[in-house]
Design a protein around this ligand. Structure first.
Ligand code: KIV
Ligand code: ZN
Length: 390
């Protein structure tokens, strides 16, 4: 089955780094950029060069070291921003300028005190100007999620004619429902003249917890790039999480869409970003959270021990986690206790297991989680004559 490629545009170092407390210095950004390149992302949004001398330096240095991915710099639809971004990207093997402007009536009226016509003109001018520096120009229609589709289509048509290679349709406020966001992509695919010359891109925020679902709806309806971050970090409730969209496409082959991401590096990349940004990963985070492959209820544990697939839809090795874990709590059953006891050296007969399990429940009621060292104490306290197999 031949799959169509969805490009992964990573914005951990730009939208992700906008999170309060997640600021990185250039050295840290270089380490993450190198890792993203190895991970297999197609585009690294390295920063917003005009925003500070530090960001300018980071984009410049990332542009010099990245070997495979396109390196991208963000700008507003402002000449000076575009000039500074072009300068920072000068040494990139594959440079991209990402320019744009708000297109919703709310942005046009309250941010710019302008009109739809004037905003459209500024969009076109910005793309033309960016195009005088680089071949690859991505245009973002900020707040596209709340932009009238007909007007959005006119803007898209005009910027494609001006040379835009990628059209970013951000749900900046995370407001859209998946059906709505998917329908927006379909509308643009069907109503924008010249759309075959550009790639439609999803850029979804997570204010209602729908960023991943919206991005998937976007690609099902014709988009071929997803903008996302490691661990889903980003403004407010965050961006689409890279690891989630990559594994959704991989676990659903009938969609006939895939990315070039080396999924075995997902867990270690998640840990690296979390550690460098000082931003812990919530334990129940899909794919990379510490509980993503941990089983604690007796019924689930019994199933997983018999056959992993009974309660796991992803092989943990596929995302770089070396094993599923059987967590011992007061909700665990005999199968889990026997399994963990064997791992620390005790092969229990059925009779022995019954006795040890009784002792285990007393322990487990006092302690949230039973560790390997507790198992030795439990076995001792249960007074059964067990030969250690270790
Ligand atoms: O969320 C957004 O609209 C953005 C743009 C600047 C691309 O981050
Ligand atoms: Zn954003």
């Amino acid at each position: 089955m031949s799959k169509e490629k969805v490009q992964i545009f990573d914005t951990t170092l730009r939208d992700g780094e906008q999170v309060p407390g997640c600021k990185l210095d250039t050295k840290e950004k270089l380490v993450i950029a190198e890792r993203l390149d190895i991970l297999g992302v197609d585009v690294i949004e390295a920063g917003f060069p005009i925003s500070s001398p530090g960001d300018f330096r980071s984009v410049t240095e990332i542009a010099q070291i990245v070997k495979n991915a396109t390196v991208c710099g963000l700008t507003r639809a402002v000449k000076k921003d575009i000039e500074v971004a072009a300068e920072a990207l000068k040494q990139a093997k594959r440079p991209r300028i990402h320019t744009g402007i708000g297109t919703s009536d709310s942005h046009i009226q309250f941010k710019f005190n302008s009109t739809r016509e004037k905003v459209l003109e500024r969009a076109v001018e910005a793309v033309k100007y960016a195009k005088s520096f680089v071949e690859d120009v991505e245009f973002y229609a900020e707040d596209a999620g709340r932009t009238d589709n007909e007007y959005l289509a006119r803007v898209c048509e005009a910027v494609i004619a001006a040379g835009a290679t990628v059209l970013n349709i951000p749900d900046t406020t995370g407001y859209c429902l998946p059906e709505e966001y998917g329908a927006k992509m379909k509308y643009l695919k069907e109503n924008v003249k010249g759309i075959e010359k550009a790639i439609l891109s999803c850029h979804c925020h997570n204010d209602l917890g729908l960023a991943t679902a919206n991005s998937i709806a976007g690609v099902i309806n014709g988009a071929r790039q997803i903008e996302c971050t490691i661990n889903g970090i980003g403004e407010r409730a965050g961006n689409t999480s890279l690891e989630e969209v990559v594994m959704i496409l991989r676990q659903h082959p009938y969609l006939e869409l895939d990315t070039d991401i080396n999924s075995k590096l997902l867990y270690s990349t998640s840990q690296m970003v979390s550690q460098k940004m000082g931003m812990p990963v919530q334990p129940n985070k899909a794919i990379v959270g510490s509980n993503a492959f941990a089983h604690s209820s007796g019924i689930h544990q019994d199933g997983v021990i018999k056959k992993r697939e009974t309660y796991e839809i992803i092989d943990p090795h596929d995302v770089g986690v070396d094993h599923s874990s059987i967590v011992l709590t007061a909700r665990s059953g005999r199968a889990a206790l026997a399994y963990r006891a064997k791992k620390v050296g005790y092969e229990l007969t059925k009779v022995q297991l019954d006795k040890v399990y009784e002792e285990f429940l007393k322990f487990a009621d006092r302690k949230k989680e039973i560790e390997d060292e507790d198992i030795h104490q439990i076995v001792d306290a249960s007074n059964v004559n067990i030969e250690s197999i270790a």
